[in-house]
Design a protein around this ligand. Sequence first.
Ligand SMILES: CC(C)(COP(=O)(O)OP(=O)(O)OC[C@H]1O[C@@H](n2cnc3c(N)ncnc32)[C@H](O)[C@@H]1OP(=O)(O)O)[C@@H](O)C(=O)NCCC(=O)NCCS
Length: 215
Amino acid sequence: MNIAVRPYKPADREALRQIAYDTALMGRSADAFFQGEEFLKDALTAYFTDHEPQSAWVAEVDGVVAGYIIGARDESRMWKCFLTRILPGLLAEFLRSGLIFKVSNCRLFKGIIAGWFSGELHAPDFSAEYPAVLHINIKDGMRGAGAGTALINTLLDVFRRDGVRGLRLATMSDKGATFFRKNGFTLLFEGKRSYFNEAAGGKVPLYIFGLKMKP
Ligand SMILES: CC(C)(COP(=O)(O)OP(=O)(O)OC[C@H]1O[C@@H](n2cnc3c(N)ncnc32)[C@H](O)[C@@H]1OP(=O)(O)O)[C@@H](O)C(=O)NCCC(=O)NCCS
């Protein structure tokens, strides 16, 4: 396989969004837990593609976009932008289109609310030491060929060059956890999540990994 990593460009937007949707549940499709494909694509990727595209790269395998890495150098800035510029439109669409009444969506939100009240969603705040965040996903069938490693090395080089202090990510995938350990990340927190019980057949792990880039 011929792997090439290059900066994200607007023409990659749809391919990136599709991969995000197709890999949302530990590398499998979001169909298992959500109804509303465009809505979820926006929720997962709109900040990165539309507001911080300079921190996004794609990997082409034999000329086809096979995966991406998207980052935010300052998570607090990302949340500010998400809450003021993306979330209002998402909420309006959620109500207008009737997605609020879909069974799998109700189940997911019920699970999230229950998790909130039970304390299961609690995780320590690592943002001071690790202010940057990333998401990475490779299409099924193109994994294990080196695209993920090439993407993460690209992002790390640029973030280091730009003086980013620390970087973190959350994953529910055991294979993903192995990948991040191999790439120098340290496990900061491990928990369990119940809101994918139906889709995943039980509680799933949640791992938070971090990498300090400056002493
Ligand atoms: C995790 C992921 C980004 C790694 O990218 P990749 O291109 O498959 O990984 P590479 O080929 O560069 O590196 C291979 C290593 O990654 C790990 N790995 C993780 N998932 C893997 C998979 N499905 N297939 C093969 N290797 C995988 C292995 O440790 C492997 O090491 P090895 O070759 O010594 O066994 C990618 O497999 C993926 O997107 N998986 C599904 C979604 C996911 O877990 N995303 C993580 C962030 S939430």
